[in-house]
Design a protein around this ligand. Structure first.
Ligand SMILES: Cc1cc2nc3c(=O)[nH]c(=O)nc-3n(C[C@H](O)[C@H](O)[C@H](O)COP(=O)(O)OP(=O)(O)OC[C@H]3O[C@@H](n4cnc5c(N)ncnc54)[C@H](O)[C@@H]3O)c2cc1C
Length: 472
C-alpha cells in the first residue's frame, strides 16, 4: 500500500509523533489531515480562546510539513465521512492516529473505526498523548483494578518502561493533485475570542516555552510552583493539551533533582486523570463518589445566579479569588494555586454545583482538557478521587494569600483597583478604615466590591451541607 493518512487531532506536531513515524516508515506517501468538526467547535465545550490556540497550532504544523515537502490537509467535515472520502481521493489504504482516551474521543473513534472497516481501510492507533504509552493499562497490585488514588498510581507509573523519543521526519511526501484547503480564521468558524492576552499556539512556541522552563525555572519548581507572584510554572499546559509538544519528550528532557522530580510528578497527575476518565467515563457528567450523587451538598435553590456571575467576573470581594478569575478572563489561563482557591470558593463558600465552574473553565481555558478539568473540579468539590474528607478542602482565601501571595504581587497585577491598598489591608480590603479608602482611592462597595459572603459563615454552612448529604 503506497499511501496512508495520518489523522491529527490533539497531537499537532512533527517531533516525537509515533503515528506519523509509523505511517512514514511503511508507506511512500502520507496525507496529514485535520478535520474541523462542528460537533466540537460548537459543542458542549465550545471555546473561542482554545480554538484560536488550535488554529495557531494548525498553521505552525502546516509550516513544519511544508518545510518537509508536505502540507496539512484541512477539511471541514465529520471525520467518519471525511476519512473515507480522502482515502478514495488519494488511494490511501490505512489511517494512523494517536490513541485518545476521553469519552468523546472514544465515542467518535468508535464511529470512525466502523466507517473505516466498512470501506476496507486499516486503522492503526499509536501512543503519543501521554507520558506512558498506555495510561489505561495500569492496575493496582492488590486488587488488579484500575487506580483511583494518585500516590500508588504515581509509584507504578514511575516504574513503567518508556518508549524512545522520536526525531521529526525529514521528508513528508504528499500525493499529487490534492487540494490541501486552508486553515480558516476564528471568525470564519463563527467563533470569537474572550481573552485579550492569550499565549500563542504551535510547536515552535511549545519548544520555546519548554526551553525557557528548563533554563530558568525547573530547578526551583519544587519550592516555587505555588508562588503566585513569581509565576514560575512551565505554562506548558495548552501545548500539552493540543500535543504541540509530546509529554514523553518533556519528561525525557528532565534531568535529576528535586525540581525536576516535582515537575515529573505533575505530568503524572495528567496521566492519572486520563486513566480515571477512561475507566470512569460517567465522571464527565456526575460525581465519581456515588454517595454524593443526587444529594444536596451544593445549594440548588436557583438564587445563586448573582453569586455565580460575581465569581465569573472576579468581583466577589475576595482579592485572591478575583485575581484568579480575572487572570482567566484576560489570559485564558490561570495559575494552579489560584484554580484551587477559586474552585474551593465556588463549590464550598458559594455552594454552587462544580459543573458550572467546570463549564466556565472550559469556555475560557486554552488548556481546557476534559480529563484534567473534570478530575480537578471533582477533587476540589470533594466528590472525586481525592481520598481526603471534604473538610480538608475548604480553602480560606485570606490564608491562601498569606502563604502564596504574601506581598500581593499577583493580586495587584490582576486587580488594579487594589493597586495602592496598603499591604496590611490587601487580604481583607473591607477592613480598611474610611480615611484610608479615601486616601488610596479605593472605596469598598464602589471601586471594589464588599465580600459577597462571609468566609467563616460560608464554611460552616458548607460543612453542614456535606454532612447532611452524607446522612450525618
Ligand atoms: C479546578 C481546576 C481545573 C483545572 N483544569 C485544567 C484543565 O482544564 N487543563 C489542564 O491541563 N489542567 C487543569 N488543571 C490543572 C492545573 O491547574 C494546570 O495543569 C496547570 O495550572 C497548568 O499550568 P502549567 O503548565 O504552568 O503547570 P506546571 O505546574 O508547569 O505543570 C506541568 C504540567 O503538568 C500537568 N499538571 C499539572 N498540575 C496538574 C493537575 N493538578 N492535574 C492534571 N495535570 C496537571 C499539566 O499538563 C501541566 O502543564 C486544573 C486545576 C484545577 C484546580
Amino acid at each position: 500500500m503506497a499511501t496512508a493518512i495520518v489523522w491529527f487531532r490533539r497531537d499537532l506536531r512533527v517531533r516525537d509523533h509515533p503515528a506519523l513515524r509509523a505511517a512514514l516508515e511503511l508507506h511512500e506517501q502520507v496525507v496529514p489531515v485535520f478535520f474541523l468538526d462542528e460537533r466540537l467547535l460548537h459543542g458542549r465545550f465550545a471555546s473561542g480562546n482554545r480554538t484560536q490556540f488550535m488554529l495557531d497550532s494548525l498553521r505552525d504544523l502546516d509550516d513544519s510539513l511544508r518545510e518537509r515537502g508536505g502540507r496539512l490537509v484541512v477539511r471541514r467535515a465529520r471525520p467518519e465521512r471525511g476519512l473515507v472520502e480522502l482515502a478514495r481521493e488519494t488511494g490511501a489504504g490505512a489511517v494512523y492516529l494517536s490513541r485518545d482516551v476521553t469519552p468523546y474521543a472514544r465515542a467518535r473513534g468508535g464511529g470512525v473505526a466502523q466507517a473505516l472497516e466498512g470501506a476496507g481501510l486499516e486503522l492503526h492507533a499509536l501512543p503519543g498523548l501521554s507520558v506512558v504509552d498506555d495510561v489505561t493499562a495500569l492496575r493496582t497490585k492488590s486488587g488488579d483494578r484500575p487506580y483511583t488514588v494518585f500516590s500508588p498510581f504515581h509509584r507504578a507509573w514511575a516504574g513503567l518502561e518508556r518508549r524512545e523519543v522520536l526525531q521529526a521526519p525529514r521528508k513528508v511526501e504528499l500525493p499529487e493533485g490534492i487540494d490541501p484547503g486552508a486553515v480558516p480564521s476564528l471568525a470564519e468558524l463563527g467563533l470569537e475570542r474572550d481573552a485579550a492576552e492569550q499565549a500563542p499556539g504551535g510547536e515552535s512556541a511549545a519548544k520555546a516555552t519548554l526551553e525557557r522552563f528548563l533554563d530558568s525555572r525547573v530547578d526551583r519548581y519544587a519550592d516555587d510552583h505555588d508562588a503566585l507572584g513569581a509565576d514560575r510554572t512551565s505554562r506548558l499546559s495548552p501545548h500539552i493539551h493540543f500535543g504541540t509538544i509530546s509529554p514523553r519528550s518533556i519528561e525525557q528532557r528532565l534531568s535529576g533533582g528535586k525540581g525536576a522530580e516535582a515537575f515529573r510528578r505533575q505530568l503524572c497527575w495528567r496521566d492519572f486523570y486520563h486513566h480515571v476518565i477512561y475507566h470512569h467515563p460517567h465522571n464527565a457528567r456526575e460525581e465519581f463518589q456515588q454517595r454524593f450523587r443526587g444529594t444536596s451538598y451544593y445549594r440548588d435553590d436557583g438564587t445563586d445566579d448573582d453569586a455565580f456571575a460575581a465569581w465569573c467576573e472576579g468581583r466577589t470581594g475576595y482579592p485572591l479569588v478575583d485575581a484568579g478569575m480575572r487572570q482567566l478572563w484576560r489570559e485564558g489561563w490561570m495559575h494552579n494555586r489560584a484554580r484551587l482557591v477559586v474552585g474551593s470558593f465556588l463549590t464550598k463558600d458559594l455552594g454552587i454545583d462544580w459543573r458550572r465552574g467546570e463549564r466556565w473553565f472550559m469556555r475560557l481555558l486554552i488548556d481546557g482538557d476534559e480529563a484534567n478539568n473534570n478530575g480537578n473540579w471533582q477533587w476540589i468539590a470533594s466528590v472525586g478521587t481525592d481520598p481526603q474528607p471534604y473538610f480538608r478542602r475548604i480553602y480560606n482565601p485570606k490564608l491562601q494569600m498569606e502563604r502564596h501571595d504574601p506581598r500581593g504581587a499577583y493580586v495587584r497585577r490582576h486587580v488594579p483597583e487594589l493597586g495602592d491598598v496598603p499591604d496590611e489591608y490587601l487580604r481583607e480590603p473591607w477592613t480598611m478604615p474610611e480615611e484610608v479608602q479615601r486616601e488610596v482611592g479605593c472605596h469598598i462597595g464602589d471601586d471594589y466590591p464588599a465580600p459577597i459572603v462571609d468566609h467563616a459563615e460560608a464554611r460552616r454552612e458548607a460543612l453542614d451541607r456535606y454532612r447532611t448529604a452524607l446522612g450525618g
